[in-house]
Write a protein that binds this ligand. Structure first.
Ligand code: ADP
Length: 661
């Protein structure tokens, strides 16, 4: 036994667990006789009692355990204690009856065991002393470990202090600094020396805020993330959050503070908010435009349809011209609605192109037919000039090309009073597969002033010189420009005031082979003539019901049309009666067109489930992105509808259904 241990002043406390009073007395006497530990001995009479005692007194590191306690006979008591207090040093006091368990006590975790019968101070002393030594060794290790951790922590704190992007400082209640890190003088934009000369609280804004902060700090001893504006040396303001803790010692009253600069974060938050609002409003605008367009197309379908029907009746010349004016004006209106839709798509970067093979010749001649009467009306000559090497079939976005040409030709007619408009198509470049076509639309009109020429492709540009009182909305050219450029082409204009303008653009097309489609129309028409077509018209708008019925009856005298006012009526009627085709509006009360189609396709008998369904909708986007197909509709007709297109599609689909299946 070393002297140093003997001389330790702090000895671990010992708990004796023993129910035999004579043994308790004997142990006490023996320990007293050994001259140490006298003051640190306590006794409990059962494992249960000892458990609560140890929980309340963790400083008792050594246990003397009787092996014949009623609640801890033999190994049981030792096992219970080890399970609850694994770090205690346990010495078993065994009577003769448990002497044979000696080796098992050690295996179960006891440091040693002593036979009660031969218990005396000579015997108990070394065992206890060894236990004390072990406890002290363990304690020493734990001290060493704590000091190492403290050292590491201190280094860590120092690193955090030095490298922190937040300003960390200690100052007195006036704001005079005692210690601060680099981020502090960076935040205030003063030099280290300058900062020591001033009271930083003078740079806290506003005065009221500063007072509020100091008041809260003194009252609550700490403050977290208090918003504070800091004025830099150059007068610039940084938005910060300040967290602080009071320091009060005999020599010093002040606080340690942490200032986090959130200026950039605030800016980013602001931008994000602005962006979200912009996105939201763009979305709302888009939705609004789509809805308005639908709401305008629905009555326009009635106006145009009724005008068409009226013009086929017996009218006087005067009446005919009135109705024809109504029709033309509504076509202009329809053009405006279409242009606004395209502009909205352009602004939302949603322009999509649909490249398919088409007959360029046919497109150009249809266009000529469409605008011819407008030219004739003004006494203008309209001509089309196709140079050599223009392929008949090309691949491109037919509708968009038509739109560009239409806008430019219509402008030509609009801004020309004498002479005419010529459309020239040239082949600029040709390979085996591709052709670059240049379209030039030249007029002999009023021309464009040279200082305005750069602006005319901008949205809503109208040139209003004296004597130019033409109607306009400033959408046609920006649309054309976007449609050309987003397909990789170039658009431009040459013009001379008073003698005319020349708009030109080029686009690349893939060259296609001419396919001769089966003359399905003729064959279908012949077959269909033999029996009446039975149409189920699903439409909630009364006027548009009338337009469709009258338009179809004019074309097919023996057509049978049944009207359903919504999707629900449609499926009810179809369940009872056979039809050859369904014309289905989409937006309807009770059951809409998509739902009705879904019901027919999935819930009805096989023959009925296959009936051709043509969507008839005033929703331009439904028609364009072919959304209707996802819902099982075969095709789509956009309202206001072109009667010829409606007849053609009814013929085609009815023929396929009636004859081919
Ligand atoms: P809109 O024709 O609806 O006014 P555009 O964007 O098509 O809108 O044209 C913008 C303006 O450019 C017109 O208002 C007109 O002043 C001028 N402009 C366009 N085409 C011609 C042309 N062929 N001749 C003279 N001026 C034209």
């Amino acid at each position: 036994m070393s002297n140093s241990l003997r001389s330790q002043t702090i000895s671990p406390f010992i708990l004796l667990i023993e129910d035999d009073k004579s043994v308790i007395a004997s142990v006490k006497n023996n320990l007293a006789a050994s001259g140490v530990l006298r003051n640190h001995l306590s006794a409990c009479q059962s494992i249960k009692e000892a458990t609560s005692f140890l929980e309340a007194h963790p400083e008792f590191a050594i246990i003397l355990l009787d092996a014949s306690l009623p609640d801890g006979m033999g190994l049981e008591g030792l096992k219970k204690l080890k399970a609850a207090f694994s770090d205690k040093i346990i010495i078993v006091l065994a009577d003769n009856a448990h002497q044979y368990l000696g080796i098992d006590f050690i295996r179960t975790g006891a440091q040693d065991f002593i036979l009660k019968e031969i218990l005396d101070s000579k015997d108990i002393y070394p065992t206890i002393q060894f236990a004390v030594e072990r406890v002290q060794l363990i304690q020493q290790e734990v001290v060493e470990k704590v000091s190492k951790i403290k050292q590491t922590n201190q280094q860590l704190y120092q690193d955090i202090f030095n490298q922190s992007k937040d300003a960390i400082y200690i100052c007195n209640l006036e704001g005079r600094l005692v210690d601060f890190n680099q981020a502090t003088f960076e935040l205030f934009a003063f030099s280290e020396e300058e900062l020591l000369e001033i009271e930083i609280h003078n740079l806290f804004h506003t005065k009221e805020k500063k007072r509020e902060f100091l008041y809260a700090l003194v009252a609550n001893k700490s403050v977290t993330e208090f918003p504070m504006e800091i004025e830099q040396k150059n007068g610039k303001i940084r938005k910060c959050l300040i967290s602080a803790s009071m320091i009060r010692t005999a020599e010093f009253t002040g606080y340690s503070g942490l200032l986090r600069d959130i200026t950039e974060q605030k800016k980013a938050d602001g931008l994000r908010k602005a962006r979200d609002i912009a996105r939201q409003s763009a979305k709302m605008k888009e939705q609004f435009i789509a809805n308005i367009s639908h709401e305008m197309r629905t009555p326009m379908n009635a106006i145009l349809g009724m005008s068409n029907l009226a013009m086929q009746t017996d009218l006087s010349k005067e009446q005919y011209s009135y109705v024809s004016s109504i029709k033309q004006s509504s076509e202009v209106l329809l053009g405006v609605v279409n242009d606004i839709l395209v502009i909205s798509e352009i602004q939302n970067s949603q322009l999509k192109f649909d490249y398919k093979f088409f007959d360029l010749n046919e497109l150009l001649h249809n266009l000529m037919n469409l605008v011819q009467f407008k030219a004739t009306e003004k006494g203008l000559k309209l001509s089309l000039q196709l140079k050599d090497g223009i392929p008949k079939i090309v691949q491109g976005d037919k509708l968009r090309l038509n739109q560009i040409l239409y806008n430019l030709v219509l402008n030509g007619i609009k801004f020309t009073e004498k002479g005419g408009v010529n459309i020239l198509v040239e082949n600029q470049n040709e390979s085996n597969d591709f052709v670059q076509l240049k379209f030039t639309i030249a007029d002999t009109g009023i021309g464009i002033p040279s200082d305005k020429i750069d602006a005319i492709f901008e949205t809503f540009t109208l040139i209003r010189e004296q004597g130019m009182e033409q109607e306009g909305k400033g959408l046609g050219l920006p649309i054309a420009k976007n449609l050309v450029e987003q397909q990789g082409g170039k658009i431009g204009v040459k013009s001379e005031l008073g003698s005319g303008s020349e708009f030109y653009f080029d686009l690349l097309f893939e060259i296609g082979e001419e396919v001769f489609p089966e003359p399905i129309q003729a064959k279908a028409a012949a077959t269909l003539d033999k029996g009446a077509i039975r149409v189920l018209l699903v439409e909630d708008h009364k006027m548009n019901q009338l337009v469709a019925i009258k338009t179809l009856e004019k074309h097919w005298s023996d057509i049978e049309i049944t009207v359903a006012n919504d999707g629900q009526e449609c499926v009810d009627i179809l369940a009872k009666k056979d039809f050859d085709i369904i014309l289905m509006d989409i937006q309807m009360p009770n059951m809409n067109g998509y739902e009705a189609t879904g019901y027919i396709r999935h819930k009805m008998s096989p023959k009925k489930a296959e009936i051709p369904i043509l969507a008839m909708t005033a929703h331009a986007h439904v028609a364009k992105n072919e959304k209707f197909r996802e819902y099982g509709m075969d095709d789509c007709i956009l309202k206001p509808f072109e009667p010829k297109e409606l007849f053609r599609k009814i013929t085609e689909y009815t023929f396929k259904y009636k004859v081919l299946t």
